[in-house]
Design a protein around this ligand. Structure first.
Ligand SMILES: *Cc1c(COP(=O)(O)O)cnc(C)c1O
Length: 398
């Protein structure tokens, strides 16, 4: 199947090959279409790839984040801290458990939750006797790892748990080990939404090296219900199952897992291609007055996103808004990641204030995500670069 050139270029896009289609078809013609043996194989494949002890497949990263919070006993009266520069799900998972959410501003170079800001905020809370977080959720923005070593040191000092939101980061590495290995966290979460690195349509994964957390999430994934082992109950009642806790139905299907397993084989190629494309952008855009994304050498990013910062001396966001609209008019599907979570009406209603996280806010006012995906061709990328030159020239002339 030759990919058709795209008339309107999106910022991210899945690639589905004939082999993917055949894998899915085989499942559709088999006995299991919901969670079955292929889900288990997908879990083992991801656990092995990420070098984590356990992997639990679920129907989205949002579900995985929710289960992760539940497994860590997050509940009413607890506090969870995360980055304002993320998708709302990274914060909502705590709210779904009834906990309060607070944010830690981002690093101006990586746009990741800033370890120094985290340390300052912890020290301030500790000195004033304010509540400390039960869980901190660093988000590996755009696929580049947060400074996990420093965050883990703070976790040991201040006694919080860590859930890594690695939704952008499968295939990335940190300190020469795969992101998702939970070396510096209790649980790591992956997303298989179609704009992410590999896809299952919808889907997610929770990884952990702690067996009790994995078991807890597994029970909660299926209603809190366990099938009783025949020998342990009256063997005359083999239909028996038992609900011990309140759970959900967050299962992935074998149909989706077959797609994921098939895509997993191409994960390294996709990330390598994203690096090639990012390096091409770096070269071709070096002459334009845009701030290009910074990659730290301790980290091999999965490069989910390629966000550039538009020059905007006025700080009003006008320059980015103009560039966004001119690019869209040229058929280039640029996007913006992310509207700071604390500025959403839901979080404003809870008392969060615009102005509280200046780095995330000034980043947001200037950022523009350029198209980048594993199956993007050089020609498609050239169109983006040409359009950018044209749009920025036009703006200069105006
Ligand atoms: C995509 C994404 C999610 C949610 O993933 P779903 O699989 O769509 O639920 C959560 N956090 C971040 C940072 C994401 O980018």
């Amino acid at each position: 199947m030759l990919p058709k050139p795209l008339k309107n270029l999106p910022y991210g896009r899945q690639e589905i090959t004939d082999t993917d289609v055949e894998s899915v078809l085989r499942v559709l013609q088999s006995d299991f279409i919901t969670q079955g043996p292929v889900v288990e194989r997908f879990e083992s494949g991801i656990a092995a790839y990420c070098e984590a002890k356990h992997a639990l497949a679920v129907n989205s990263a949002t579900s995985a984040l929710h289960l992760a919070c539940l497994a860590l006993d997050v509940g009413p009266g607890d506090l969870v801290w995360t980055s304002p520069n993320t998708f709302v799900a990274s914060a909502n998972c705590a709210r779904l458990c009834g906990a309060d959410v607070d944010f830690v501003d981002v690093d101006p170079q990586t746009y990741n939750l800033c370890a120094e800001k985290l340390e300052e905020k912890l020290a301030r809370a500790s000195a004033s006797g304010a509540a400390l977080p039960k869980v901190v959720i660093p988000v590996h923005f755009a696929g580049q790892s947060c400074d996990m070593k420093s965050i883990k040191c703070l976790a040991d000092r201040y006694g919080f748990h860590i859930i890594e939101d690695a939704s952008h980061a499968i295939g990335g590495r940190y300190l020469d080990a795969p992101i998702g290995n939970c070396a510096y966290s209790d649980i790591s979460v992956l997303s298989f939404h179609p704009v992410k690195i590999i896809t299952t349509g919808e889907g997610g994964m929770a990884l952990s090296n702690q067996t009790h957390l994995y078991e807890r999430m597994k029970l909660l994934r299926t209603h809190g219900v366990k099938k009783l082992v025949a020998s342990s109950v009256e063997s005359e009642e083999p239909w028996r199952y038992e609900q011990s806790v309140l759970g959900l139905n967050y299962r992935l299907t074998d149909i989706q897992a077959a797609l994921g397993l098939s895509q997993l084989k191409r994960l390294d190629d996709y990330v390598a291609r994203r690096h090639e494309l990012a390096e091409r952008y770096n070269r071709q855009l070096s002459a334009i007055s845009l701030t290009l994304p910074h990659q730290f050498s301790d980290s091999y990013s999965a490069l989910h996103l390629y966000p550039v910062l538009v020059n905007d001396p006025s700080g009003s966001g006008t320059a980015r808004r103009q560039l966004y609209h001119s690019m869209i008019a040229q058929g280039i599907g640029v996007n913006v990641h992310y509207i700071p979570v604390h500025s959403q009406p839901y979080y404003q209603e809870l008392g969060h204030r615009v102005g509280d996280y200046p780095n995330a806010e000034s980043y947001y006012a200037r950022t523009l995500t350029l198209p980048l995906f594993g199956s993007m061709s050089d020609e498609e990328q050239d169109r983006v670069v040409e359009a950018l030159y044209e749009c920025l020239e036009m703006r200069k002339a105006a």
